[in-house]
Design a protein around this ligand. Structure first.
Ligand SMILES: [Zn+2]
Length: 183
């Protein structure tokens, strides 16, 4: 048995085909889960989705482009754009030092009118960290995308230039973004 085998011949002995398929599938998910828990990429997404079976178990989950931005930390936020040379600074229009997904989701006063953390299943812990785990528990909570739609609205972010706004609305990946983060 090589180190890459997820099951041995002994594991499969006296099992029927369905049982074998299930065992291999379960073991592969275990390997995937371990990699997802330990890797360094996609850590924003990991805050929201820790279980690698999520997509299989929540087939009604069809994130919009806007929701994808917050689930990956990508999108038209200055913190992200600045890292890629698409913005002159990383500050938020409210004056905060860095406009990142966490700031917009739970702190920024510009989004106070659309923010409903309780309804979205988002909790700010005493140490300032954010628990977004329950945010994707049910479809109703996907409405946090409303915040994302405002990311590129002229009302909320007049400083986002028209070129970037057009790019974001096109649905094409931003430069430097390689789809959904994975290991
Ligand atoms: Zn702000």
């Amino acid at each position: 048995m090589s180190e890459h085998d997820v099951v041995s011949d002994d594991d499969l002995r006296e099992k029927n085909v369905d049982e074998c398929v299930k065992m291999v599938s379960d073991r592969l998910y275990e390997v995937w889960e371990k990699r997802w828990d330990e890797c360094e990429n996609g850590r924003v997404t990991y805050e929201f989705i820790k279980n690698v079976r999520f997509a299989e178990e929540c087939c009604m989950f069809q994130p919009s482009l806007w929701l994808g931005y917050i689930l990956t930390g990508h999108g038209s936020l200055n913190g992200f754009l600045y890292e890629r040379g698409l913005s002159e600074n990383e500050s938020c229009a409210c004056g905060a030092e860095c406009e990142d997904w966490k700031h917009v989701l739970v702190e920024c006063p510009l989004y106070e009118d659309v923010r409903n953390l309780c309804e979205w299943g988002v909790t700010v812990r005493e140490d300032g960290s954010v628990d977004v785990g329950p945010m994707l528990d049910c479809k109703e909570r996907y409405e946090c995308k409303r915040v994302l739609e405002l990311y590129v609205s002229e009302e909320k972010r007049p400083e986002v230039n028209e070129e970037i706004r057009r790019f974001l609305r096109s649905g094409r990946p931003m430069p430097g973004v390689v789809g959904t983060p994975n290991c």
